[in-house]
Design a protein. Structure first.
Length: 86
């Protein structure tokens, strides 16, 4: 979990899988809910959590778009298109 002293060692959010980002976000929420983090670290954790949340939402939106491509083929028939992983 990134904090004031180890923020530079945390993996960049953009490089995390959905599952890793969600796990880290859950850890951050847990730490903040405990209330045992000082103010400066709380702010850093909150900022990291916001970035993780946005990353997870982006990953979910991309997955949703891929599913729509599979479900809605041309002419109403189901079809499959190559996945765009970018």
């Amino acid at each position: 979990m990134p904090a004031k002293n180890d923020k530079q060692t945390a993996a960049p959010v953009e490089q995390l899988s959905f599952e890793a980002a969600l796990k880290e976000l859950e850890d951050i929420v847990g730490r903040l809910e405990q209330g045992e983090v000082d103010l400066e670290d709380s702010i850093l954790l909150y900022e990291r959590g916001q970035a993780l949340k946005a990353h997870c939402e982006k990953k979910l939106k991309a997955a949703e778009s891929r599913l729509e491509k599979i479900v809605q083929g041309t002419g109403g028939e189901p079809s499959v298109e190559p996945m765009d992983l970018n």
